[in-house]
Design a protein around this ligand. Structure first.
Ligand code: NI
Length: 271
C-alpha cells in the first residue's frame, strides 16, 4: 500500500548545492549548525570545494564526517604562485580518496590578479593534465578570463582527444560562449547573482542551458542571493537560486530541484 507521504505531491524538496565553502573560516565556529539548517531546508547534498591545501583537507574532513557532503580538492588561481610540483603531488594523492569527487576549484582569475597571469595559466594546464591522468571531474573558476579559460580547456581537450567531465562554476561568460563550453562537455552552474536585479545576461544563459546540464550552487559564504543580500551566505539559500531558475524555465521549483540534483550526481559520478 502506498503511504500518503509517498503519494503526496507536497513531499519535501531535496536540493544539491553543487559548490560551497563550508571549509571557509567564516564557518569555523558553526559549520554543524549550518549543516542542520541546510538539511532542514532540504539541502541534503552539497559539494565543498577546496581552494588551497588546507581548505582541501578541511573539505575532506567535512565529507568524511557528514553523509551527503562531498569534497573537491584543488588550489584557487589566486594562489597559483604557490603551486609547486610538491603541491601538485599532494593534490594527486588527495584525489585517490573516496570522499573526493572532483578536482577544484582551479582556473583563471584576471579580476584580482593575485598571481601573475602566466603562472595562473601554467598551473591551470597542470591541474587539467592531472584531472585527465586521474580521470576526475573538474570545477572551473573563470573570472574575467573567459577567452583564455576556454582556449586552455580546448587545448588540453584536443591533446587528449575528447572533452571534460566537470562544471563551469558560477558561470559568468557570455550566452554566446555557452555552446563552446557545452561542446567540451561542461555542466553550467549558477549562483546568487542570478537573483540580483541588475543581472541581464545570466537569465538568458539559464534559458539556453539544456535541462540536463544545469547545476545550482551558493558559493557560500559569498554571493548571497536576494532577498538575503548583506548576510553571510549558506547552503540553505540555494533554494532562492532554484526559485529563479524555475521562473525562467517556466517549471515548478520541485522539478528544478530534482533535475539539478540528478545533474550534480551525474557530473560528480555519485552512485
Ligand atoms: Ni568557490
Amino acid at each position: 500500500m502506498r503511504t500518503l507521504d509517498n503519494a503526496s505531491p507536497c513531499r519535501d524538496l531535496i536540493f544539491f548545492d553543487s559548490h560551497c565553502h563550508l571549509n571557509d573560516e567564516e564557518f569555523a565556529t558553526d559549520a554543524d549548525e549550518v549543516l542542520v539548517r541546510a538539511r532542514a531546508a532540504g539541502v541534503e547534498e552539497m559539494l565543498v570545494a577546496g581552494y588551497d591545501l588546507s581548505s582541501s583537507q578541511q573539505a575532506m574532513k567535512l565529507a568524511t564526517d557528514h553523509p551527503g557532503v562531498y569534497a573537491a580538492v584543488g588550489v584557487h588561481p589566486h594562489d597559483a604562485k604557490t603551486v609547486t610540483p610538491a603541491v601538485l603531488r599532494e593534490v594527486e594523492k588527495m584525489l585517490d580518496r573516496e570522499e573526493v569527487v572532483a578536482l577544484g576549484e582551479i582556473g583563471l582569475d584576471f579580476h584580482y590578479d593575485y598571481s601573475p597571469r602566466e603562472a595562473q595559466k601554467a598551473v591551470f594546464r597542470s591541474f587539467l593534465e592531472l584531472a585527465k591522468k586521474k580521470d576526475k571531474p573538474v570545477i572551473i573558476h573563470d573570472r574575467e578570463a573567459h577567452g583564455e579559460t576556454l582556449a586552455i580547456l580546448e587545448e588540453v581537450a584536443a591533446l587528449h582527444g575528447g572533452g571534460f567531465c566537470g562544471v563551469m562554476h558560477c558561470y559568468a561568460a557570455s550566452p554566446e560562449m555557452l555552446p563552446a563550453f557545452l561542446t567540451l562537455g561542461f555542466y553550467i552552474s549558477v549562483a546568487g547573482p542570478l537573483t540580483f536585479k541588475n543581472t541581464k545576461r545570466l537569465p538568458e544563459v539559464v534559458s539556453l542551458v539544456p535541462e540536463d546540464r544545469l547545476l545550482i550552487e551558493t558559493d557560500s559564504p559569498y554571493l548571497t542571493p536576494c532577498p538575503y543580500r548583506g548576510r553571510r551566505n549558506e547552503p540553505m539559500y540555494v533554494k532562492e537560486v532554484a526559485r529563479r531558475v524555475a521562473e525562467i524555465w517556466g517549471k515548478n521549483i520541485r522539478e528544478v530541484a530534482e533535475v539539478t540534483r540528478n545533474n550534480a550526481r551525474r557530473c560528480f559520478r555519485i552512485n
